[in-house]
Ligand binder design. Structure first.
Ligand SMILES: [Zn+2]
Length: 364
């Protein structure tokens, strides 16, 4: 990854269906002059693919493609990590709340693709820790877990979501309301956690490999990890009552939980900035994951390199400019399953049956 000017040669045809991707030999394109616009860069090179005829430009490969305010992205990126609600960020920048939301979604999708491109493809070379970070969408009646798989280096290998039934102390009135809500919108799948943990572990640990995973004594974790097809997992459990110090084997996820809660306004307890949809929380988690893995020191006090450098995924820390270098295309990264659902905004919110998907034709 480089910062500075993008290479002058477009890397590939932006048309997913173009046969140039499958053909051997060089991809051929022609230059078709320039167009100018008011924002920098003002002069934009135009191209045409010789295989499929799609017209595109150098801006096609910029992550600010189709964004009216590319200058917002940097401030939204750090604002989403600095405990700000969308309305606070919008007020500070003098733009609509919906503009901030769109920018967070755009950054979240970009960060999902960046992490999928950079993460190790082999078996993790370190013990992993699994935990569910409890939060909620829409309102207190709709809790869900953000399941995290973190290395002892603090590298976050991946995350996903699992709907949960509401638990804990409730008044009789809350219990009645909960029953009425479930009668209308249906109840969470009781196997959601088991399914999610299976998906996350299979995504992180390749077929035929072994891994060591530490977690608390959640019975669904044991059920999922004990029956992973084609993988061997050494699963160690630690009581959730054990002291949460740096000597606790669950320390990496306890710290990740703390950072998520500390940095994201949507996860603060008793907040009104909670995510209306867990899809929104997942996009923010994708931004947080990139920041945690590739940008942030493992220890702020020591200013040491980020986790990705510690495990040899990168040689040096990434800046925001590095992170945003080059637009990424979902079909080139090859997203499948949960990742694809999350990328395209298809993670449902039971309370909002008619949700908006991300299905723009070109600005994917
Ligand atoms: Zn083409």
């Amino acid at each position: 990854m480089r910062s500075g000017r993008r290479s002058r040669r477009p890397p590939h045809c932006p048309n997913e269906a173009c046969d140039s991707h499958a053909r051997p030999g060089p991809w051929r394109f022609t230059r078709k002059g320039f167009f100018s616009r008011e924002r920098a860069p003002r002069r934009i090179q135009r191209y045409r693919c010789q295989h499929c005829g799609r017209n595109f430009s150098s801006q096609t490969f910029s992550p600010t493609y189709w964004k009216k305010r590319p200058d917002l992205l940097r401030r939204v990126f750090f604002g989403s990590l600095a405990c700000s609600g969308f309305r606070q960020i919008a007020r500070e920048l003098g733009v609509a709340h919906s503009t901030i939301q769109a920018a967070v979604e755009h950054l979240g999708r970009h960060c999902l693709l960046l992490h999928e491109t950079l993460r190790p493809r082999g078996a993790p070379a370190e013990p992993l820790v699994l935990d569910g970070f409890r939060t909620f969408e829409y309102g207190q009646y709709w809790p869900f877990d953000l399941n995290l798989l973190v290395g002892i280096s603090h590298y976050v290998y991946g995350f996903n979501d699992a709907e949960l039934p509401r638990s804990g102390a409730q008044t009789p009135a809350q219990r009645r309301k909960g029953q009425a809500i479930r009668a209308t919108y249906g109840r969470p799948d009781p196997r959601a956690t088991r399914r999610a943990v299976t998906e996350l572990a299979m995504r992180t640990i390749p077929k035929g490999e072994t891994a060591e995973i530490h977690s608390d004594e959640h019975p669904h974790y044991a059920a999922a990890l004990g029956r992973l097809p084609d993988r061997t997992i050494a699963h160690h459990t630690i009581s959730s009552k054990a002291a949460r110090t740096s000597r606790n084997p669950l320390f990496p996820v306890n710290l990740a939980d703390l950072l998520l809660r500390h940095d994201g306004a949507n996860h603060k307890r008793e907040t009104i900035a909670f995510s209306k949809r867990r899809q929104g929380a997942l996009y923010r988690a994708a931004i947080w994951q990139v920041w945690r893995n590739y940008m942030k020191s493992r220890s702020e006090r020591r200013r040491d390199p980020p986790p990705a450098v510690a495990i040899g995924v990168l040689e040096r820390r990434l800046s925001f400019e590095d992170v945003m270098e080059g637009r990424r295309f979902p079909w080139r990264v090859g997203l499948t399953g949960w990742l694809s659902e999350c990328y395209f905004g298809r993670i449902p919110t039971r309370r909002m049956p008619r949700i908006r998907h991300h299905d723009l034709r070109y600005a994917v």
